[in-house]
Design a protein around this ligand. Structure first.
Ligand SMILES: NC(=O)c1ccc[n+]([C@@H]2O[C@H](COP(=O)([O-])OP(=O)(O)OC[C@H]3O[C@@H](n4cnc5c(N)ncnc54)[C@H](O)[C@@H]3O)[C@@H](O)[C@H]2O)c1
Length: 287
């Protein structure tokens, strides 16, 4: 029996709820949002699929879940240039979330931006084991990296992503069969940084990309897949880093993160990762 909760059912949270409903991945789905009219509308819309699901909207049920997706808070607009700029608006939401999940010891998937800092804060504030606090964003960044590589005719096998889910994301090319020259690396890095803005400008926010990949993460947990995924987690010395949550390769299964993999980086990647880590440490010091 699996119970899944989603806190914040705006664009991304609602799409995750929809995918989870139509695939019947969980026995119980619990959705919550601070806007009652939106919450009711999302509940009715999900029920009108005609799928027989056990759907609740009671915030008390958050702590009874195996997994909680935290997707509440402000998204970027064309005027909000970086995800880090959302810290002041969304930290109070993360704080309220922690109050709501007191004594919870299941898995939390953090989506709300700035995702790495929020994941760090939630782990610290809630006291939930770091293995159970999974920051989502790397899978989306990896999908985008693969898109930009394919467009240039590269075989994407072995491509990877680390670093911040933000301006300091780190595409990892050194595991690929074909060498990617530095000028192309830099070009792709810029494209990755700007990848979501045309979607935000055109339709108000990213939905399909994040929701599909969050759903894959939920599936990896529920089905105990022990899947290798790029996720943000609180480091305690791995990659010579501590004091932040940052995207690294991890194995994910029923109990959350079962292993943090320390992979080889070349000098270009190492330099970018070290910048990402010091940027995130600064951001995490503020939470
Ligand atoms: N990590 C990623 O890859 C990724 C991808 C897309 C979006 N995001 C982030 O996810 C968050 C949500 O994005 P969105 O596009 O769904 O935004 P949205 O505005 O459509 O939805 C956010 C929802 O949160 C609700 N909310 C706000 N404060 C709340 C509170 N205190 N309690 C309960 N609900 C509350 C709002 O009512 C709203 O329905 C944003 O911070 C966005 O930047 C992250």
């Amino acid at each position: 029996m699996t119970s899944l909760s989603i806190m914040g059912v705006g664009k991304v949270g609602a799409e995750v709820a929809y995918l989870s409903t139509v695939t019947q991945i969980a026995d119980t789905i619990n959705i919550y949002d601070s806007v009652p009219s939106l919450l009711t509308a999302q509940k009715l819309d999900l029920l009108h699929t005609g799928i027989d699901i056990n759907l609740n909207t009671d915030p008390e049920m958050l702590t009874e879940s195996d997994i909680i997706v935290f997707s509440a808070g402000m998204p970027r607009t064309p005027d909000i240039k970086t995800r880090a700029d959302l810290l002041e608006s969304n930290l109070p939401v993360a704080r309220e979330f922690c109050r709501m999940i007191k004594n919870y010891d299941g898995i939390v998937i953090t989506i709300t931006n700035p995702m790495d800092a929020n994941n760090y804060f939630i782990q610290k504030e809630s006291g939930i084991k770091r293995e159970k606090c999974i920051g989502f964003g790397g899978q989306l960044d990896l999908a985008r990296l693969k898109y930009f590589l394919s467009k240039r005719g590269y075989d994407t096998k072995g491509a990877w992503v680390m670093g911040e889910h933000g301006e300091h994301q780190v595409p990892v090319f050194s595991g690929m069969k074909e060498e990617v020259p530095e000028n192309i690396r830099n070009e792709i890095l810029l494209e990755m940084r700007g990848a979501s803005m045309p979607v935000i400008k055109g339709k108000g926010g990213t939905v399909f990309g994040p929701a599909y990949n969050v759903f894959s993460l939920i599936k990896a947990i529920i089905n105990d897949e022990n899947k290798l995924l790029p996720c943000s987690c609180v480091l305690r010395g791995e990659y010579n880093t501590e004091g932040c949550s940052i995207c690294v390769p991890v194995r994910v299964g029923r109990n959350g993160i079962s292993e943090i993999i320390e992979c080889h980086l070349d000098s270009w990647e190492e330099e970018k990762f070290s910048c990402a880590a010091s940027h995130l440490k600064d951001l995490c010091r503020r939470v």
